[in-house]
Design a protein around this ligand. Structure first.
Ligand code: SF4
Length: 354
């Protein structure tokens, strides 16, 4: 068996680019130890809609090690206060890359690896993959010269592993821009067939999710994992700074809400007809409880009845029942935590001199 030339720590999201970057190095007989970072915001290997996916099958198939690392509170901190700001939504991509590289460097030092690898492609993402961003991100993370980006390496200055001859620069690539065609062709060449579509991103890039998260952080700067997880489920309404309501949209969401409910939450439903499960979190007053009950009635199959009896309960069991009128749509809209797309500014036409 050929002796390995060097060892690299690769940041692996499980997507096409990061997997390709690893395969390119394996082809050069470089040992790869991958690290997959998990966060509270969907980079979760159990959630196939997120930007991350289970990295273990690829690791087994292609013969590299992978370990999972949850960024936990460190990640929440940069979402709340990103030094380099948020992207279009709540995504702090530059801070996120810096944090991941810093963590990867700790692992690199720990196992005595030689350099770091990412699947980043120059110009593919507007925020963190601009040419001027790479050196700045590497400097901030304390990994200058140590990050090899094999898919765009030929367009970037040579890194330390290239200068040392650990990696053959000639066998790296010069991909750039948003097109994924070169990556797809390379995937075919390397026999990589099972990779996720690029559509899924981390939840922080989703406008509706981001609006909900912003509302949560404004009212609770120190949310629990459960508070954050709840943002993925149901319709969300802010009734007051102290109280919010989540209403399930279907059976699956109702079941999810039942598993996420905590001590201190109120739940509601309309018995005897098709009904959502409502979760009320915070410290609501009696008016807010009535309002939440009328919303629950509105989304139940009894919504056309003039008066509906709503059951209020908690984790322990039945509390009481209240009679309410189903809420009007205008009332729902008033309290809904909703996303308003930014209005496009009308471009002024340049004056034409005749
Ligand atoms: S989309 Fe941005 S914030 Fe989300 S995981 Fe990717 S780099 Fe990080």
């Amino acid at each position: 068996m050929k002796e390995k030339k060097a060892t690299a720590v690769a940041l692996l999201s499980g997507g096409l680019d990061s997997t390709l970057a690893i395969l390119v190095l394996l082809k050069q007989n470089i040992e790869v130890k991958a690290i997959t970072f998990l966060t509270q915001f969907g980079c979760d290997i159990s959630d196939r809609s997120s930007c991350s996916r289970n990295p273990f099958p690829a690791a087994e198939k292609y013969g590299f090690e992978v370990k999972l690392s949850h960024l936990a509170d460190k990640f929440l901190e940069i979402v709340k206060n990103p030094k380099y700001g948020h992207g279009k939504n709540m995504n702090p991509c530059i801070d996120c890359r810096i944090l991941m590289l810093k963590e990867a460097k700790v692992y690199m030092d720990l196992i005595g690896a030689d350099f770091l690898v990412t699947g980043e492609v120059l110009g593919q993402r507007p925020m963190s993959q601009r040419r001027e961003c790479f050196p700045m991100i590497d400097r901030e993370a304390g990994v200058e010269g140590l990050v090899l980006r094999p898919l765009s390496a030929k367009l970037l200055p040579p890194t330390i592993p290239e200068q040392k001859g650990l990696v053959d620069r000639e066998k790296l690539y010069g991909f750039k821009g948003r097109t994924r065609k070169p990556q797809m062709a390379l995937a075919e060449e390397l026999g990589l067939v099972d990779y996720p579509s690029p559509a899924g991103g981390c939840l922080l890039t989703e406008p509706i999710y981001s609006v909900r998260l912003k509302d949560l952080l404004e009212h609770n700067p120190d949310p629990s994992y459960n508070d954050i997880h709840l943002l993925r489920v149901g319709r969300h309404f802010r009734l007051s700074p102290e109280a919010k309501v989540i209403i399930g949209r279907n059976k699956e969401e109702n079941d999810q809400l039942k598993t996420l409910v905590e001590d201190g939450d109120l739940m509601m439903r309309v018995d005897g007809v098709g009904s959502p499960i409502t979760v009320m979190r915070g410290t609501p007053g009696s008016d807010e409880i009535r309002l939440a009950a009328s919303m629950t009635a509105r989304y139940s199959d009894a919504k056309r009845q003039p008066q509906v009896t709503v059951t209020v309960f908690n984790k322990e069991g039945l509390l009481y029942k209240i009679d309410v009128q189903p809420a009007e749509d205008a009332l729902l809209d008033r309290y809904r935590i909703h996303y308003e797309p930014r209005k496009k500014k009308k471009r002024k036409r340049a004056a034409v001199k005749i």
